[in-house]
Write a protein that binds this ligand. Structure first.
Ligand SMILES: CC(C)(COP(=O)(O)OP(=O)(O)OC[C@H]1O[C@@H](n2cnc3c(N)ncnc32)[C@H](O)[C@@H]1OP(=O)(O)O)[C@@H](O)C(=O)NCCC(=O)NCCS
Length: 303
């Protein structure tokens, strides 16, 4: 018998979701504990994000959240496929979801290997989208990470701690802002990331130059399964194609390997509309091992 609890406090969500992710991790699971920490800490706390966990005794066997109405993120222990229908029942019963219009279907993203979830989605009438953006998962063995080098005038180092949150937020915002969509990252948000229990400044590397930080790579190491996850990586637009992202990835991965990480995982857009990140990761030795699919189902059209 599964018990179910709402996770209204992001700290509770972080604990439940990272505990599950660490316990069931393989390179072929969708969520690494680091992905979860990043995504919970960097999100806009003013936006409503229903979240819940399902437990067998004290063991978390499923976690789910709805970051925007109609969209489900979930992780379910493959050894407890019975929890999938409990999660989907919860999602579909949230206010507004049963009356979604055909133009605004319910959407659920899963790794293609998560057949214990996709089989239940298919049974309920969801279909897999065959166009649009999607993410691939890439992995790299950490036994032979090359020593990094940067051009003259640049220097590699890990951040010193929370006093550098403003600088870290600024270079993140520079890398991820687009003219039509500025980054929401602020020093306050980055301080939340730094307060996550599994954040380690020694794995948050930057390339700096005379005017500040130019590139960065944050690695999350999970010592319970010797895995590492890169989230996020970026380079200031004024410094691209000089090998800075490659160098900072190598630096952070070498540190993680030195502490015991054996394999690293990263996600990147897999579709032709956003090739740069995937090309970067493949150029530093990562191989695509899987991809996400988004399943959708129209609700009852509203009248
Ligand atoms: C992707 C990104 C991090 C690359 O940073 P960078 O410092 O320019 O990368 P590097 O100079 O180390 O590039 C190494 C290799 O990656 C590939 N690559 C990098 N940018 C590329 C691009 N725009 N198009 C195609 N390939 C690219 C190339 O193979 C490149 O080698 P080359 O320059 O000898 O051809 C940077 O463009 C960025 O910050 N983008 C926005 C944020 C983002 O998408 N982050 C990754 C997802 S979390």
């Amino acid at each position: 018998m599964l018990s179910h609890r709402h996770l209204s406090d992001p700290a509770d969500e972080l604990t439940a979701a990272t505990t599950l992710a660490s316990r069931i991790w393989t390179p072929r699971t969708r969520w690494h504990s680091g992905d979860i920490s990043w995504s919970v800490c960097e999100r806009d706390l003013s936006a409503r994000c229903p979240a819940a966990a399902w437990c067998h005794g004290d063991t978390v066997v499923a976690w789910a959240r709805v970051p925007v109405p109609g969209r489900l993120d979930l992780q379910v222990d493959p050894a407890r496929p019975d929890a999938v229908s409990s999660v989907l029942d919860w999602f579909e019963a949230l206010p507004g979801h049963s009356a979604h219009s055909v133009d605004d279907p319910l959407r659920v993203t899963v790794l293609r290997d998560e057949t214990h979830i996709s089989e239940e989605l298919a049974r309920r009438g969801y279909t897999s989208e065959d166009s649009g953006p999607f993410f691939v998962h890439l992995t790299r063995d950490l036994t032979d990470v090359p020593e990094p080098s940067v051009p003259d005038g640049y220097r590699l180092r890990p951040v010193t701690g929370v006093e550098e949150s403003g600088m870290r937020a600024a270079v993140h915002a520079a890398a991820f802002s687009r003219p039509d969509r500025p980054s929401r990252m602020t020093g306050e948000t980055y301080r939340r990331v730094m307060s996550a229990p599994n954040y380690r400044p020694g794995l948050d590397w930057i390339v700096e130059h005379a005017d500040g930080a130019a590139a960065f790579c944050l690695v999350w190491w999970d010592p319970s399964n010797d895995s590492a996850c890169l989230e996020p990586v970026g380079c200031h637009p004024g410094h691209r194609r000089s090998g800075l992202a490659s160098a900072v990835i190598y630096a952070a991965l070498r540190q993680a390997a030195g502490w015991g990480a054996e394999v690293a995982r990263v996600c990147a857009r897999g579709d032709a509309d956003y090739p740069s990140a995937r090309a970067l990761y493949q150029s530093v030795g990562f191989t695509v091992i899987g991809r996400n699919d988004t399943w959708q189902r129209a609700g009852v059209p509203s009248r």
